[in-house]
Ligand binder design. Structure first.
Ligand SMILES: [Fe+2]
Ligand SMILES: [Fe+2]
Length: 326
């Protein structure tokens, strides 16, 4: 689902690059040219993109789980169909993104291995449980909403395959956001019990959604170079603020309360000021100790093991076809 700016520890020492090549590369970036897979690029640019795109792909795939949990319990056939369509979209996003990462010279098997072994990160938001059906609304509205804020600027990312993948992804995320908000609206206008479910979902997903934008700019190890190379266009805090400013009025329209007693509108800046984010919780979840980390990875590992025979059968069939054609 989502590109999350993570405070990863893999900021390897910069490799000395040919200054002439580096200058030409930077000039292309500054001229808004796209960098393509066969073009020269600094090793760190490649590494940063592999990390970011693969974390994004993993997030799309793991992000199917919290919602998959509700397909059989969505209240009507139409609601089930919408939820299924959204979850299938997320699988598609994962595929585009793994493919984009592969253009940088890393294999899909290696990327899967990084995820399944727990070495790779994915967005912390998917380690929270989905406890009631209104969570499907809150996830679409807030989580996909935050994803759009993150991903629209990625349509202009300097790396061509990533930027192009983001165009379709963003169109679909926009549908996801609207279907989520439509669920929230239906529940907020429903019975007292449904309104309470909608408020409960907002209470649980508000803060984790703000964490999706990653650490404060002052603590974000990757930001500066990513901005210079136009992988990122806005800082974590800048995107978070855009999201809050867009979302608070939507919550008011629903008649729901944002669970932040310090939230207030600053007339002078025109922005909503928010309270303190619990970064200890963010770091805990990112380090593997969120409410559902183990469950999510176990499910993914089981799915990989269950699909092993399919991959083997497909490979055997392809080998047979090749032999017959030879
Ligand atoms: Fe997605
Ligand atoms: Fe989505």
């Amino acid at each position: 689902m989502y590109a999350q700016a993570l405070n990863a520890k893999d900021a390897a020492p910069a490799i000395a690059e040919d200054p002439v090549k580096l200058a030409v590369f930077q000039a292309r970036i500054d001229a808004e040219e796209k960098i393509e897979p066969n073009d020269w690029m600094p090793a760190q640019y490649r590494r940063t993109l592999i990390r970011q795109i693969s974390q994004h792909a993993h997030s799309e795939v793991i992000g199917m789980q919290p919602e998959g949990n509700w397909v059989t319990r969505a209240p009507t056939l139409a609601r089930k169909a919408q939820l299924l369509a959204k979850i299938q979209d997320e699988a598609g996003h994962g595929l585009y993104l793994y493919s984009a990462a592969e253009t940088l010279g890393v294999s899909r098997e290696e990327l899967y291995d990084q995820l399944l072994s727990g070495r790779a990160k994915y967005s912390s938001i998917f380690n929270y449980p989905t406890l009631n059906y209104a969570d499907m609304g809150a996830i679409g509205w807030l989580v996909d909403g935050a994803a759009i804020m993150n991903q629209i600027p990625l349509c202009r990312c300097s790396y061509g395959p990533y930027a192009r993948a983001m165009i379709l992804v963003c169109k679909e995320e926009s549908f996801h956001q609207r279907q989520g908000y439509a669920i929230m609206l239906a529940m907020a206008r429903g019975t007292a019990e449904q309104r309470a479910m909608a408020q409960d979902a907002l209470d649980r997903f508000w803060w984790p959604s703000l964490m999706m934008f990653g650490p404060h700019d002052s603590n974000s190890v990757h930001s500066e170079l990513s901005m210079k190379w136009k992988i990122k266009r806005f800082t974590n805090d800048g995107l978070r603020q855009k999201f809050i400013d867009a979302t608070v009025p939507q919550a008011h329209y629903l008649g729901l309360t944002i669970p932040d007693p310090d939230l207030r509108f600053d007339e002078a800046t025109g922005h909503w000021e928010h309270g303190v984010i619990d970064w200890d919780e963010f770091n805990r979840v990112l380090a593997g100790d969120g409410p559902c980390n183990r469950q999510r990875l176990k499910h993914r590992r089981d799915a990989e093991a269950d699909g092993q025979w399919v991959r083997e059968a497909a490979a055997a069939y392809a080998a047979k076809q090749r032999k017959a054609a030879a």
